[in-house]
Ligand binder design. Structure first.
Ligand SMILES: Nc1ncnc2c1ncn2[C@@H]1O[C@H](COP(=O)(O)OP(=O)(O)OP(=O)(O)O)[C@@H](O)[C@H]1O
Ligand SMILES: [Mg+2]
Length: 210
């Protein structure tokens, strides 16, 4: 998932940090040969808000708590990104009053954005026919089909301040053990050993009763 362009509107972090309602960044302006890219700004100017809310398509990024607490009455997150050589665009809106909270979210596939024609946005359609129709459930399913599970994304590709160090793993070996479920064969092996021990003891007792 490579972010291309983002627009974030109604985010409290941008209002507080930059005194504006909306911010648009075009990452495709970054030179292709750039190795590391930094977002610079004084404390509290909105850098984390851009990373957390602007540069990921997930509806509820895991480490920021209640997503509605990040916006005023209305908020909007739009992100164009590239994945597997194709271009996609996510549009998420949040609305809240004292009585209600509502999220809409659509994942689009962008066709023909190569400069020779106007891009055409078509809602993402899953292999089973489910289409991204604005509902949060279809959005989450479409995004997971495209990018894989959100938890794996945050573990593998997006670490930043405040997130648990590799989800609580102190070293890469223990992380790999967890990802590859290596505990399971170890557990089965211990269980098999215990069963074999009981059988051997019984066989021994049958040969030489106590
Ligand atoms: N959900 C929120 N509710 C209230 N204020 C917020 C919220 N999110 C961010 N802010 C405020 O908005 C401003 C921008 O926050 P943000 O964390 O994005 O800044 P930052 O540039 O990452 O700062 P730092 O350099 O300290 O990490 C800060 O003043 C912060 O206190
Ligand atoms: Mg920050």
């Amino acid at each position: 998932m490579l972010p291309l362009r983002m627009t974030l509107s109604g985010a409290i972090g941008i209002r507080a940090g930059l005194r504006r309602d909306s911010i648009t960044l075009d990452f495709s302006e970054i030179p292709d040969d750039a190795v590391s890219v930094a977002i610079c700004g004084d404390n509290g100017t909105g850098k984390s808000t851009i990373l957390n809310l602007g540069m990921v398509p997930w509806r509820e990024p895991p480490h920021i708590g209640d997503i509605y607490a990040q916006f005023g009455h209305e908020g909007r997150r739009e992100l164009a990104f590239e994945h597997g050589g194709e271009e996609y665009r996510s549009v998420i809106t949040y609305k809240q009053t004292a009585k209600s909270k509502k999220t809409t979210a659509v994942l689009y596939v962008e066709y023909g954005g190569g400069g020779y024609s106007d891009p055409e946005s078509v809602p993402y359609k899953m292999l089973d026919g489910t289409e991204s129709d604005g509902k949060t459930s279809t959005y989450d399913a479409c995004l997971e089909e495209l990018l894989g599970p959100q938890s794996l994304y945050y573990l593998a590709a997006f670490r930043h301040q405040g997130i648990a160090p590799l989800a609580g793993h102190s070293d890469p070996k223990s992380l790999m053990r967890d990802l590859l479920a290596l505990e399971e064969p170890e557990r089965l092996s211990a269980q098999a050993k215990a069963v074999a021990r009981v059988r051997l003891l019984r066989a021994l007792e049958a040969l030489a009763p106590p």
